[in-house]
Design a protein around this ligand. Structure first.
Ligand code: UD1
Length: 419
C-alpha cells in the first residue's frame, strides 16, 4: 500500500490549474448509456480512480470508452443491463447507471451500493422516483432489479421529501427518454446538475429549470452525441484555497468558477483570508492569522459538506472557538480523531464539532478514511510542525488529479512512499 510522507511548514505559493469536476464527470459519463447515435465527447475530464471505475462499469455494459488527453469519448449502445457488485462496490456513484439503463433498455439490474464510511447513504429516493415513472422494482440478493412498462417509463410529478444530488441526476437522465413530461420538485441545485442538463440538452433532451428547485423534462424519443466540456471542480479549488490559507501562503487557482464557491469565500474572508477573483481564477493568501468562524453544511448554495473536513482543519489553528455542524451526512467526522492525534482540540456532540484553535498542529502518523477527510489530513500535515505519514491514500486518488505534482510545484514537501 502507498502512503504520503509530508514534511510540514512550507507556505504554498504559486499557481494551480483546477481539473474538471469529478462529481460532474461521473453522471456525464453515465449519459453514454443514453446514446442512440453518434459519440459523446467529454473534454476536461479528470483522470481519477473514480472516472476509471465508471469507464470500467460502462465498458462492462457494452459501451465503448476511449480516454485520450483528458477527453473521454463514449459510443455504442448498452449490450448488458447488469451492473455487477464487483464494480459498483468501489464507487457509490455507480448507481447513476440505473436511470439511464432503465429508460434505454427497459430493464436494469444494479448492485445496491451499500453504506460507506460517511454514513448509510440509502438510494430510496432514486427508487421511489422510478416507481412513480411506472417502473417495477425488486430488491433481491443485494441487487436493485428494475423494469419499465412495455412502452417505456412515463413522465410524473416527483416531489422529493429531501434534496438528493444523485436522485435528481438519475431522475433527469431517466426522464429524458420517458414518455411525456416529468417535473422534479425539491430538486438539488448544484452546479453539477446544471452541467448534466446542459450536456443532455446538447444531446437533444428538453430540460428546463436546472439550478432551481423545480426541473421539468419533456421526454424525447432519442438522444444523439455531442461535445461537452466538464465544469471545473469547485471542491478541488476550495480544498487548495483552504490549504493556501492554512499554510499562510499565496495561491492562484486557474480554470475554476469562483461563483460556485461563494459560500466558502464568504467564510474565508470573514476569517481574515485575502480572496480576490475574476471570472475564472482566484487568488487566495493569508498570513496564517485566522479568526474563528462557525459553519453549517447545507445543500447548494449553502456550505458544501465536501469542504467541511477541510474547513474544520483550518479552524484547528484559528484564534479561538468555532463550531462546525454537519447536516447532510450523519457520520462525517472521521477526520476528528486523526486531527486530534496532531494536537487539535475538537469535541464532537452529535452533528456538531466544537473546535478550539491551537497555536500549531504537529506531524503524526495518520490514516485516511474517506475522500474529503483524506485531503483535510493532507492540508493539516502541510501546515504542521514536522513529519506526517498518511496511509490509505487510495481515497485521495479517487478525487484529486495529480495531487502531489500540483502541491510540489507550489513548494510542498510531499512524497508518495510504499509502506
Ligand atoms: C453527491 C456527491 C457527494 C456529496 C453529496 C452531497 C457525487 C458523485 N457525489 O453524493 O460528493 O457529498 O452529493 O452534496 O456527486 N439520501 C437518502 N436517500 C436517497 C439518496 C440520498 O436518504 O435515495 C440522503 C443521503 O444519505 C444524504 C443526503 O440524502 O444524507 C444527500 O445525499 P445525496 O445528495 O444523494 O448525495 P450523493 O448524490 O450520494
Amino acid at each position: 500500500m502507498e502512503s504520503l510522507k509530508i514534511i510540514g511548514g512550507n507556505k504554498l505559493e504559486g499557481t494551480i490549474q483546477i481539473s474538471g469536476a469529478k462529481n460532474a464527470a461521473l453522471p456525464l459519463m453515465a449519459c453514454g448509456l443514453l446514446l442512440d447515435s453518434g459519440e459523446l465527447n467529454l473534454s476536461s475530464m479528470p483522470d481519477l480512480a473514480d472516472t476509471k471505475s465508471m469507464s470500467l462499469l460502462l465498458y462492462s455494459l457494452g459501451i465503448e470508452v476511449k480516454n485520450r488527453n483528458n477527453i473521454t469519448t463514449l459510443l455504442g449502445e448498452p449490450k448488458s443491463h447488469i451492473a455487477a457488485y464487483d464494480i459498483v462496490r468501489k464507487m457509490r456513484a455507480s448507481v447513476l447507471v440505473l436511470g439511464p439503463l432503465l429508460t434505454r433498455c427497459g430493464v436494469a439490474k444494479v448492485s445496491l451500493p451499500g453504506g460507506c464510511s460517511i454514513g448509510t447513504r440509502p438510494v430510496d429516493l432514486h427508487i421511489k422516483a422510478f416507481e412513480q415513472m411506472g417502473a417495477k422494482i425488486n430488491l433481491s440478493n443485494g441487487y436493485i432489479e428494475a423494469s419499465a412498462p412495455k412502452n417505456g417509463l412515463y413522465g410524473a410529478e416527483i416531489i422529493f421529501p429531501n434534496i438528493s444530488v444523485g436522485a435528481t441526476e438519475n431522475t433527469i437522465m431517466a426522464a429524458s427518454l420517458a414518455i411525456g413530461k416529468t417535473t422534479i420538485v425539491n430538486a438539488a441545485k448544484e452546479p453539477e446538475i446544471i452541467d448534466l442538463s446542459n450536456c443532455l440538452n446538447s444531446m437533444g433532451a428538453n430540460i428546463k429549470g436546472a439550478g432551481t428547485n423545480t426541473i421539468t423534462i419533456e421526454g424525447v424519443k432519442t438522444l444523439h452525441g455531442c461535445s461537452h466540456k466538464v465544469i471545473s471542480d469547485r471542491i478541488e479549488a476550495g480544498s487548495f484555497a483552504i490549504a493556501a490559507a492554512m499554510t499562510g501562503g499565496e495561491l492562484e487557482l486557474t480554470d475554476c468558477n469562483p461563483s460556485h464557491l461563494s459560500s466558502l469565500s464568504k467564510y474565508l474572508i470573514n476569517s481574515g483570508v485575502n480572496w480576490q477573483n475574476d471570472e475564472n481564477s482566484i487568488k487566495v493568501s493569508s498570513n496564517g492569522d485566522l479568526k474563528p468562524i462557525s459553519i453549517k453544511t447545507e445543500e447548494y448554495p449553502g456550505f458544501p459538506t465536501d469542504l467541511q473536513a477541510q474547513f474544520m482543519t483550518l479552524m484547528c489553528t484559528a484564534n479561538g472557538e468555532s463550531e462546525i455542524s454537519e447536516t447532510i451526512f450523519e457520520n462525517r467526522f472521521m477526520h476528528v480523531p486523526e486531527l486530534a492525534r496532531m494536537g487539535a482540540n475538537i469535541s464532537v456532540n452529535g452533528g456538531t464539532a466544537k473546535v478550539i484553535g491551537v497555536e500549531r498542529l504537529n506531524g503524526a502518523r495518520l490514516m485516511a478514511t474517506d475522500l474529503r477527510a483524506s485531503i483535510s489530513l493532507v492540508i493539516a500535515a502541510l501546515s504542521a510542525k514536522g513529519e506526517s505519514i498518511i496511509s490509505r491514500i487510495y481515497h485521495l486518488d479517487r478525487g484529486y488529479e495529480k495531487l502531489e505534482k500540483k502541491l510540489i510545484k507550489c513548494g510542498a514537501n510531499i512524497k508518495r512512499i510504499k509502506d
